[in-house]
Design a protein around this ligand. Structure first.
Ligand code: PEP
Ligand code: CO
Length: 448
């Protein structure tokens, strides 16, 4: 392999990048980003990597969740606290069910860019660039809005910094205190069909914490704050490389735009720019694996992927996020597990039960059915167990708001309810009740 530098990706073919009309403006935005402070630190990145290593050994469980695409105008205190609350609640449920410590990773503070199936969108005979996420252009179907604007990379960096600042203060300041899970209550506690179940669990956890403290005479200090990490798809390589830095007293380079970048399924070609950029950084990496790769090619793809991204079998380095869909997971997942086992390397396997289960309603609305999502997760748990492997985490698109984007769940949302409050500009998310219910059901299954 040729020598790696933060810009050597430029020698490789690259896909799913916006076509910026003004190359000089992109250079100047990248230079500005490169001069600004990092968003996360190498200590945090290394801490997450060692926690992911524990998850790969079955000692922890990963919960990763957030929007498909964060929007700049959703950087509000309500939206952020609600997102934090639902992730904290889900993690509590998962700790209870799995009896393992849970690693909390938000799809936030940088999830602003999306790969799209088509570079252009046509409406009423007009063709404009697709909406690639707020880091690239705006969603309105207007010439100016859809023109890719590199200043947005700097705006996105600033939104990410605001998001992180608020989340870090909440988490560090006692909001995530396990003595007070009532701080995280969302409106659902009064309305959700699952409210009683959750409340009883919270009460039992509170009692155990107090029991342990009175028994040992030691305050459970560790329970008053938790770690929270960030992740996003590392799609726009100019952004990622501008925030890739060397740090004193450590070897190599760190992508300090996020703790845990992942490579999307559409950009995971081995000799392309994305894999070739990420191979050179020290962060833990996720790679999305979908049904596009059939049995014949999969073993050689996995072997090459390991050689490029995971050559030293470094604990915690590589997470494979499989997203096959409920109808295809039985056909594909055993082959993936077998292909990984054949390489002799250790990875963390995570299920994304969202992206293989997207359907369109009769009226053309993108949605996902709660039961399909749950079915893929349950099958994934069983398939790993039957193949001498282990599902070590889950990856959801969700929100703490009461949106109507996915159907099903205890409240029985149907296709005709989707119009009530459909906010996502890209993929449909579980709303807070659906997300909590999903956590309760998955956690039961994992506990068994
Ligand atoms: C996503 O996670 O929003 C996404 C685009 O996923 P995938 O690459 O798996 O399609
Ligand atoms: Co998505």
């Amino acid at each position: 392999m040729s020598e790696w530098t933060p810009t050597s990706w430029r020698e490789h073919p690259i896909t799913h990048q916006p076509e910026y009309p003004d190359a000089a403006a992109l250079e100047s935005a990248s230079a500005e980003l490169a001069s600004l402070p990092p968003l996360v630190t190498s200590w945090e990145v290394e801490n997450l990597k060692s926690q992911l290593a524990e998850a790969a050994r079955g000692e922890r469980f990963l919960l990763q969740g957030g929007d498909c695409a964060e929007q700049f105008n959703a950087c509000t205190p309500e939206a952020l606290t609600n997102k934090l609350k639902i992730l904290l609640q889900m993690s509590l449920v998962l700790v209870h069910g799995t009896r393992r410590r849970v690693i909390r990773v938000g799809r936030f503070a940088g999830q602003y860019a999306k790969p799209r199936s088509s570079m252009t969108e046509e409406r009423d005979g007009r063709s404009l660039p697709s909406y690639f996420g707020d880091n690239v252009n705006a969603a309105e179907f207007e010439d100016a809005a859809r023109r890719p604007d590199p200043r947005r990379l700097v705006n996105g960096y600033e939104r990410a910094a605001l998001t992180l600042n608020f989340i870090r203060s909440l988490v560090g300041g006692g909001f995530a205190d396990l003595h007070h899970p009532e701080f995280w209550n969302l409106g659902f506690v009064r309305h959700s069909p699952r409210a009683t179940e959750y409340q009883q669990m919270v009460q039992r956890i509170g009692e155990s914490v107090r029991f342990m403290e009175s028994l040992t005479g030691i305050a459970a200090g560790d329970l008053s704050r938790v770690d929270f990490f960030t992740s996003h798809e590392g799609l726009l390589i100019p952004y990622e490389s501008a925030l890739t830095r060397q740090v004193p007293r450590r070897k190599g380079w760190y992508n300090l735009s996020t703790h845990f970048p992942w490579i999307g399924m559409r950009t995971a070609a081995i000799d392309h720019a994305h894999i070739q950029f990420f191979r050179g950084i020290r962060n833990p990496l996720g790679v999305k694996i979908g049904p596009g790769l059939n049995g014949g090619e999969l073993p050689s793809f996995i072997e090459q992927l390991m050689d490029v991204l995971h050559p030293d079998d470094e604990p915690g380095r590589l997470t494979l996020i499989h997203r096959y869909g409920a109808d295809q997971v039985q056909e594909h997942l055993p082959k993936l597990i077998e292909a990984v086992q054949a390489t002799g390397r250790t990875v963390l396997f995570v299920s994304d039960p969202m992206h293989g289960n997207t359907v369109k309603t009769d009226s053309g609305v993108k949605t996902r059915r709660f039961d399909d999502i749950l079915r893929e997760l349950e099958l994934a748990i069983e398939i790993h167990a039957a193949n001498d492997s282990r599902l070590g985490g889950v990856h959801f698109e969700l929100t703490g708001e009461n949106v109507t984007e996915c159907t099903g769940g205890a409240r029985g949302l149907s296709d005709k309810d989707l119009g009530d409050d459909y906010k996502s500009l890209v993929d449909p998310r579980l709303n807070y009740e659906q997300a909590l219910e999903m956590a309760l059901l998955v956690s039961e299954k994992l506990g068994r």
